[in-house]
Design a protein around this ligand. Structure first.
Ligand SMILES: Cc1ncc(COP(=O)(O)O)c(C=O)c1O
Length: 307
């Protein structure tokens, strides 16, 4: 990984070589950690790096850390300040990915959450596109999305990503770019690391927060931009598998995936099988917003330099 030289570990910024956990760490053995994925976008004209929706990511992490009882002792503002300081110290002048992890740090046997100390680690890498953003061919997975009452997808727990890894691996080994999860009830949930949207007759449709999805910050961004900038109706409702095949357009979204059009599902073309107008418009708008090019949405972009 093309990582930054500095990380936050055990309460301080240290060199990435020093940020090491033991083989006995609880989170390593049991997947007991909650993480975030945050992007920083380099704006060449402003000569600044903008961290996208930093506050919302930290807020989500703190809420989720409650589920796994890994809540850091730091406040939202303190964590934000650490991330800004760390990112500035890493000195990135290109697109960046920031990974905070709240984890069970004690060397303890036994899969439990209470009575086990936790800590916060943050590292950063340089990151361009995580998936192809010019037309994905995807497949419905034979793996089902894990349920809220088994391992909550909303929690962004590291252990839950075994479910994502199984689906993504199956899809890629079968020659597809990505997987679409159905939930145990058979309705559409999300991708392995992305939320998804359909366009049907000019209306944007996405599975609800009860469909065992991670409640994506990009998902929320797309809903706001579609409503406020494009005047589109957006409906959050259960989505049937075959709706994927009959929709006009489909796209994935997420911090990593950004806005990634899907042109084929299970070897069936979606709409014309080419990039759709709504998706392309939203993709362009999204990139302008995250790069801090649109004043109206600059409050979502935290500058790292010249503060
Ligand atoms: C399973 C899953 N769903 C959805 C998303 C999208 O969430 P966000 O837009 O907050 O990055 C992610 C992370 O990127 C994810 O891992």
């Amino acid at each position: 990984m093309d990582h930054g030289d500095w990380a936050y570990f055990e309460g301080q910024i240290v060199s990435i070589q020093e940020a090491k956990i033991s083989v006995m760490t609880h989170a390593f053995n049991y997947g007991t950690a909650v993480f975030e994925g945050i992007r920083g976008y380099w704006n060449e004209d402003h000569e600044n790096l903008y961290i996208f929706r930093l506050q919302e990511h930290i807020d989500r992490m703190l809420r989720n850390s409650n589920i796994l009882m890994v809540r850091p002792k730091l406040s939202l503002t303190e964590i934000q300040d650490i991330i800004i300081e760390l990112t500035a110290k890493n000195g990135f002048r290109e697109d960046t990915y920031i990974r905070p992890v709240c984890y069970k740090s004690e060397h303890e046997l036994g899969p439990r959450l209470h009575d086990v100390a936790s800590d916060l680690v943050i590292y950063e890498i340089r990151l361009g596109d995580y998936v192809n953003i010019s037309g994905l061919k995807v497949a419905v997975s034979s793996w089902r999305r894990l349920r809220d009452n088994a391992i909550p997808a909303r929690c962004k727990a590291t252990g839950a990503y075994v479910n994502s890894a199984l689906a993504a691996t199956e899809a890629k080994m079968e020659g597809f770019d990505e997987a679409v999860f159905l939930g145990e009830d058979g309705t559409v949930s999300e991708g392995s690391a992305e939320n998804l949207f359909l366009v049907q007759n000019g209306v944007l449709i996405t599975p609800p927060v009860t469909a065992d999805i991670l409640t994506g910050i990009t998902r929320n961004t797309i809903i706001e931009l579609a409503r406020n900038e494009l005047g589109l109706d957006v409906v959050e409702r259960p989505v049937g598998r075959t709706e994927l095949y009959v929709s006009d357009e489909m796209f994935f979204c997420g911090t990593g995936a950004q806005v990634a059009p899907v042109v084929e599902v299970d070897r069936r073309p979606i709409g014309t099988g080419k990039l759709g107008d709504v998706t392309i418009t939203l993709q362009k708008l999204y990139f302008d917003v995250v790069q801090g090019k649109i004043e109206k949405y600059r409050h979502w972009c935290t500058p790292v330099y010249d503060r």
